[in-house]
Write a protein that binds this ligand. Structure first.
Ligand code: NAI
Length: 456
């Protein structure tokens, strides 16, 4: 065994781990970043980036199909799946190369291999031991599988779905959360018949019900079938397809079944509990400053209970690097983390839903909705949708909820407003460029301030 000493040893080179490494190196620390696969983790290689590339191919297909509506003659000749994958892989490869370059430029030592925490706090990789004054755990998450089901060429998780060699003719998606909704959108645009099975009573059950309702309406128009409030009973691969049975006695036949019922933390077999790190249902128990139960060991990203989002991981990685450096960074609660589902239409939100605001503040809240039908730019783009804003009575805006094409790019304004606890009266004087979709947010804030312009 050879011992190596660093200021910071990080286990996991995904969004949380590499963000911690970059920031710590910037602050002058020596850093070892241990990664058994590729730097960039799930988000870069199997999640955010490749799925958004597929969603862009899907958007282009839809634009071509509807081009005549805007007076452009074009014909849709189909999806070249191999070319779609080449485009997706090209994007990922470029980002990966950029990340490797950045890590090297910051003089971070990358250790290629699987690490395991030892009782004395060092991280073992093969015959080497990496000792850090501080250690950050950032091992991420993996798709959950329904007990009794196994991945094969018909039963898939998002990882296999991403690289499917053909567009399925009929796809069933188990789970109407973020992954289920994004893949439904992609496959429908690529020409598949899609059915989503969701146990709860609506799609995207974590979002405000107004957004779920609008999304279900938009999906219905697109021909995506959403079967909500129905429980899954079982699935069987038949060689040529898969038969899915539901607890209401019905069955569905499909070419593929995508299981998208959440992601679980990767914490087993890493020596964590033996080293005195408490877990809670597999997640790492941390305090609000991301300290685990072992002094000098921190955790960031999907292994920390809460929203499993790459930008939350980045933020937590930066936070821990700064905390270790004694900079006392600000804690960002999950309620201030923006959420975007990149389907067509997109769904984006930050802060409290109407129900959460009522639970927190009783009846002392005010809610306004602004329909994108009144927004010129949305009309031009041909997208339906809405803005829903929630404020405390005579108080700040506590929630912003959006649905419509491209609204993911608008949520930043909502995030600033909610994060800075702005009152609608303070925001009202700020004009929004005309014609933009951002005007819809401006209109909603005007309505909240009691002086609607184009709304009633
Ligand atoms: P999720 O937690 O968002 O949704 C899973 C859904 O499956 C839930 O609505 C749940 O009610 C349903 N479900 C669970 N068991 C079921 C059953 N037996 N039958 C029917 N429905 C069932 O998880 P998802 O979509 O797998 O995503 C995993 C994580 O990845 C999420 O935390 C998400 O935030 C993250 N992610 C984020 C993206 C984004 O920000 N755009 C994109 C993709 C994933």
């Amino acid at each position: 065994m050879t011992d190596h000493s660093f200021d910071l040893v990080i286990l996991g080179g995904g969004s949380g781990g590499y963000a911690a490494a970059l920031r710590a190196a910037e602050l002058g620390s020596s850093v070892a970043l241990i990664e058994k696969d590729k730097l960039g983790g799930t988000c870069l290689h199997r999640g955010c980036i490749p799925t958004k590339a597929l969603l862009h191919s899907a958007e282009v297909a839809d634009s071509i199909r509807s081009s005549e509506h805007v007076g452009v003659r074009a014909s849709f000749d189909g999806i070249d799946v191999a070319a779609v994958h080449a485009y997706r892989e090209g994007i990922v490869a470029k980002k990966h190369k950029g990340l490797e370059g950045l890590i090297a430029a910051r003089k971070i030592t990358v250790v290629r291999g699987a690490g395991r925490l030892l009782d004395d706090g060092a991280v073992a990789v093969g015959d080497d031991r990496y000792r850090g004054t501080n250690v950050v755990l950032a091992t991420g998450s993996t798709s959950r599988m329904i007990p009794g089901l196994e991945v094969d060429d018909r039963i898939l998780t998002s990882e296999q779905a991403l690289a499917l060699p053909d567009v399925p003719r009929r796809a069933v998606i188990l789970g109407g959360g973020v992954i289920g909704v994004e893949f439904a959108s992609i496959w429908r645009s690529f020409g598949a018949e899609v059915t989503i099975i969701e146990a709860l009573d609506r799609l995207l059950p974590g979002e405000d019900p107004a957004l779920s309702k609008a999304l279900e309406r938009a999906f219905r128009k697109r021909g995506i079938v959403a079967r909500t409030g129905v429980r899954f009973a079982g699935a069987e691969s038949t060689g040529s397809g898969v038969t899915i049975s539901l607890e209401d006695g019905s069955t569905l036949d499909a070419d593929v079944l995508l299981v998208a019922v959440g992601r679980g933390p990767v914490t087993a077999g890493l020596g964590l509990e033996e080293a005195g790190i408490e877990l809670d249902r597999g997640f790492v128990r941390v305090d609000e400053r991301l300290r685990t139960t072992r002094p000098g060991v921190w955790a960031v990203g999907d292994i920390v209970p809460g929203l499993q989002l790459a930008h939350r991981s980045f933020q937590q990685g930066i936070f821990v690097a700064e905390e270790i450096a004694g900079l006392r960074p600000t804690i960002v609660p999950d309620s201030l983390v923006p959420r975007v589902t990149y389907s067509s239409p997109e769904v984006a939100s930050v802060g409290l839903t109407e129900d959460q605001a009522r639970a927190a503040h009783g009846e002392a809240i005010v809610v306004r909705e602004y329909n994108l039908a009144g927004n010129g730019k949305s009309e031009i783009l041909g997208t339906a949708g809405l803005v829903k804003v929630v404020r405390r009575l005579d108080g700040p805006v506590v929630g912003v909820h959006l649905i419509g094409d491209r609204v993911g790019e608008l949520i930043t304004e909502g995030q600033l407003v909610v994060g800075w606890e702005a009152h609608p009266e303070d925001i009202a004087p700020f004009i929004h460029a005309h014609p933009t979709q951002s005007e819809a947010l401006g209109e909603a804030f005007l309505a909240l301030a009691g002086k609607p312009l184009h709304a009633l």
